[in-house]
Design a protein around this ligand. Structure first.
Ligand code: MG
Length: 229
């Protein structure tokens, strides 16, 4: 492995909390839509189906999420109940934080140490305005030589970044909490990868990581990256 690497970081649920805000909103939404007729599990499955159908095309972010909550409510609630539910759902989405972040512990110090030895980049997926607002609010922007907000994280995304930033895949590592978005497609593009465990990774982001793949390392805490790099 070359001495100097390019370390690319996912942002949401890798550098700062994100999914927890969506999980809390879903809890509030379930209280609005279930009404004794649907179980919370069945309603959540209905929402997952809509989000999965839009995973690649419909974008992610608070606005898209609000649309998905409403679409799922339209399938769950009878028309007579829907009219009263819509403003309550809109209020749930309006109360979600936008452009504010809480960094996980040791993130800033760990990045400061890593950037003395390596080139750092940020690759985050979502609504560009929302993601850039979070990057600015994080105070971390200056740590990164490269930053991209992308629409999806598939192998071609990482190949395009390889070309755009002049990366050597053999000297590039993607670090993130999502097997589906950060690990599997980055490996397909020839990068190595580090999966950073996170307790509440979004259900749709889970995927199988080959346990025998020695190009993937696992850490439980962000600061453990200093032991790897
Ligand atoms: Mg993430």
């Amino acid at each position: 492995m070359p001495d100097r690497l390019t370390l690319l970081f996912d942002a949401d649920d890798t550098l700062w909390d994100n999914n927890v805000h969506f999980e809390r909103a879903i809890e509030a939404w379930l209280a609005v839509v279930c009404n004794g007729r649907w179980t919370p599990e069945a309603a959540r499955d209905e929402l997952d189906r809509i989000e999965e159908a839009n995973f690649r095309s419909g974008g992610v972010g608070t606005s898209a999420f609000g649309v998905h909550l409403r679409l799922a409510a339209e399938r769950i609630l009878p028309p007579a109940d829907l009219a009263a539910a819509i403003p309550r759902i809109e209020a749930i989405v309006a109360a979600m934080p936008r452009g504010a972040v809480t960094l996980f512990s040791s993130v800033a110090e760990t990045l400061d140490a890593l950037r003395l030895r390596h080139t750092l980049g940020l690759v985050t997926r979502g609504d560009p305005a929302e993601q850039w607002a979070k990057i600015d609010a994080s105070g971390l922007r200056d740590r990164f030589t490269h930053i991209a907000v992308v629409e999806q994280k598939v192998p071609d995304t990482y190949r395009e970044l390889t070309a755009r930033w002049g990366l050597d895949p053999a000297a590039t590592v993607m670090i993130g909490n999502s097997p589906r978005s950060d690990i599997v497609p980055a490996r397909e593009a020839g990068f190595r990868a580090v999966l950073v465990s996170h307790a509440t990774t979004w259900r749709l982001e889970l995927a199988e990581v080959d346990p025998d793949d020695d190009g993937v390392a696992h850490v439980d805490r962000f600061a453990q990256l200093l032991e790897l790099f």
